[in-house]
Design a protein. Structure first.
Length: 143
């Protein structure tokens, strides 16, 4: 059975020294690597990329991103009319979005200079074994 998307809520502590943003309920024991996405502008769509088994966690460091998500029905011939779920993530919400295996994602920066921190649960050496891509215009069914 395919897992569902999950949000992990964080928070912020402020005092005279400044602030600390945190997501204490994010169990990072599965994380093997991370990377940061910074799109060139707010027009670029980065995607579609999917993983059958790898999962990702997304956290906005700066700005905001529109995260487009599709649950893939057939990895060899995905239906281009699968529903696209749009999720707006921003640094003010302090949430980690967990996207389990079985989904494809695309990203659009909603603000200039936005940065998206991405955690993955498999090492880079595994990436070529579980990496599926589609053209940006492939999925058409915006909800």
């Amino acid at each position: 059975m395919m897992q569902e998307l999950k949000f992990i809520q964080g928070g912020c502590s402020k005092d005279e020294r400044g602030q600390i943003r945190f997501v204490n309920d994010f169990d990072m024991s599965l994380v093997k690597r991370f990377y940061i996405i910074k799109n060139a502008d707010t027009e670029l769509v980065r995607g579609w990329r999917g993983h059958r088994i790898e999962q990702r966690w997304f956290y906005v460091i700066a700005g905001a991103f529109n995260v487009k998500i599709v649950r893939i029905n057939n990895w060899e011939d995905a239906d281009n009319m699968l529903p696209i779920q749009n999720i707006e993530l921003n640094n003010k919400d302090m949430q980690v979005l967990n996207v389990p295996g079985g989904y494809a994602t695309a990203f659009i920066a909603s603000e200039p200079n936005s940065e998206l921190l991405v955690y993955a649960d498999y090492p880079l050496s595994h990436a070529t074994l579980d990496d599926y891509t589609w053209p940006v215009e492939y999925f058409k069914n915006e909800l």
